[in-house]
Design a protein around this ligand. Sequence first.
Ligand code: HC3
Length: 475
Amino acid sequence: KEKSIEVIPCKICGDKSSGVHYGVITCEGCKGFFRRSQLPTVSYSCSRQSNCQIDRASRNRCQHCRLQKCLAQGMSRDAVKFGRMSKRQRDSLIAEVERHRQQQQQQQQQQQLQGDTQSVLSYSSKAHQDRSTQLLQPMTSAYSFNGEAELLSYTDVHPYFGCSPNESQMSEMIYRDSGVPPTSRSQGRGDNRLDSRQPSRDLMAIHPYNPLEDPYSLYPHSLRNIDELCSSIVRSHRETSQYRTEELLALRWKLFSREEIQAYQSKSVDEMWQHCAIRLTDAVQYVVEFAKHIPGFRILSQNDQIALLKTGSMEVVLVRMSRLFNRENNTVFFDGKFAGTEVFKSLACGDLITAVFDFAHGMCALKLTEQQIALFTALVLINADRPCLEDRGRVQRVQRSVELGLAHILHRDNQDSLMHKLYQRMSVLRSLCGLHMEKLRWFSQRYPLTAHSLFPPLYKELFTSEAELLPGAAH
Ligand code: HC3
């Protein structure tokens, strides 16, 4: 199978691939480049507009853009090996291998025909036809199924996998450490053999969802009291908050220079959107890890976990953004420095930016402690009013316990009055995400190719339904 896989060219530069590396089909060159790029001492910058073309000939010209493309294609340090692929994954990979084999045969025939009077028209229509089929193809970056697990330290959590979008990114991530591969959306029975395999690098042994034991019965008893619930949520928050408070304080006055702001503002709309989509997807991955370590979240069915993450993760990112916000100069920590709204100008959605910054400003004014942010974000996530929940009753029970936890923390801090303010913030969050989705629909119509092929698969899974992305699809 690996041999046949090599008919698929490297997803990064198009050169001959040598298999799946860091979760994506790449050549040896790009595999080595990505491994080197992950060393802590390495950081790249682009001397042009961060939109350099990466192909076989040019791939060594700009390391920054080459790394961006690796990340956008889903290369990840944490791409770990799954014992087996689902039937659907295997079928879509075989179909892709077939397509490339046919293209190779047609190109050989094309060369033979080249000598004949080949009408330009059919040639261009062929090229055109290729482009349109490429667009309509579900973007498949490969799975890590035969690549050796290239694991680095667990602390930099990058649980996102490059895999075919029809296999839920969420389910890959939710079941990453439980050792129970996501064979399908329905609840796989936690296989005891697999359970016994303690993932070496997990922050905590994640007890995989096993419907045979009635997990809900575990929940209230195993967490005897609200204190234990609060401390488990706070611990999970601390371990997945992407940046520590002390490092943010140390960088507080590290602002972007005039030239750096210029560089951001000279990016094209689609390029800045891609850039932010990658950054946003990074932040969402930490939110997924946070959710997975919330006891009440883990006992929900996988579909309910995915439904809550699809609608709640952006809201949690926006609440977490208040930790990165400096109210004195209205800047937010982004790409390693503090950025004002002007940095995001080329997104061409000024009203969304203003609303997001106002929200962050308002959250800062509440001066929430880390523990209060932890419980509040858990409550934002575990919301029984979200659409398409299978077992709303169970989500309600978990939501109620988290509400009790938050009330408990606020009471202990003598700040009961904060509770209703936080509920007001939750309705602002919903309108912010509504505005965000509106902008994304506009963007996907205006730049379908970028939205379809250059956004991280996890971003697309979270914020779009595949159909919306197809060019000209009815909206
Ligand atoms: C919200 C934001 C995109 C996300 C940016 C994040 C949250 C990314 C993670 C970083 O750790 C912190 C951070 C800082 C700024 C955040 C951006 C501010 C404005 C921008 C847009 C409003 C949303 C764009 C998202 C889109 C359009 C790509 O979907």
